[in-house]
Ligand binder design. Sequence first.
Ligand SMILES: [Cu+2]
Length: 313
Amino acid sequence: MNTPTKLGSYLLGVSVVFGSALGIGRAVGPVGAPAAGDHSTMAAPTASEGHGQQAIEQANEVAPGGLEVSADGYTLTPLTTTIKPDTPTDFRFTLTGPNNKPVTDYQVQHDKKLHFIVVSRDLNSFQHLHPVETGGGVWSVKLTLPAAGAYRAFADFAPAGGDGLTLGTDLLVAGDYAPEPLPPTSRTANVDGYTVTLDGDLIPGKASKVTLTVSKDGHPVTDLQPYLGAYGHLVALRARDLAYLHVHPDGEPGDGTTRSGPEIVFYTEVPSTGNYRLFLDFQHEGEVRTAGFTLSADQTTPTSTVAPGDHGH
Ligand SMILES: [Cu+2]
């Protein structure tokens, strides 16, 4: 897989597989909640699985989302243009489709038709919000941006009958702006008395396993609560350009094998070396909390999570 030609043909074959899999998923099940289930199952390879799952995963992650305001015929258009620092704002926007009309028909993914992620461009603040439909394809969300500066908002959605995509737009808040450096590399995050540790490495171009372990006051948390159909949601963003990476939980509540903590397992693939900021949302005792991590993806990282017989050496 060292030459561009080989990589190209490999990915082409893979795309076909991925497309077929999606087609089957849609054909056999109703549009809605099952789509999210199919998604997680399909994109959660284990070490015992062969090239197929790995390949599907790779095809899905080759082009990072969130870097464009318009893609595949869909466009994110903010209707609210002024946001003041630290002031709740009714932020409204539309997602228009290939026919230039606002999309009103969506698939449900992880319990919601639309996931709206807002981060500061310096990656020091993170919000995962769920806008509501106000009619005519207009979305509304109460948004508070903590301080003046530059922010990036991501709309993560799947139009009915289409593939999922993530569009991104900048949000600018006037005022004195003091950007913070990227938080230093850390595999431990503390939030509200919880400690979350991260095991696993980010490997450019390969799906790898990332395990997050939640404890509270030194004790493992074994009664995490399902939040949006999973015990945790992980968003990964590449430092500098804020490429938005899909991260898939391994298993879901009620599938008979996935335990409610203390470990939450994800599979992710980063497209390049560099620094990444990861944000985990988890729910315990009725409250959702967010733990943030900074990791560096290094080409020389031992590829311990690669399935036996994989092409890469
Ligand atoms: Cu969401």
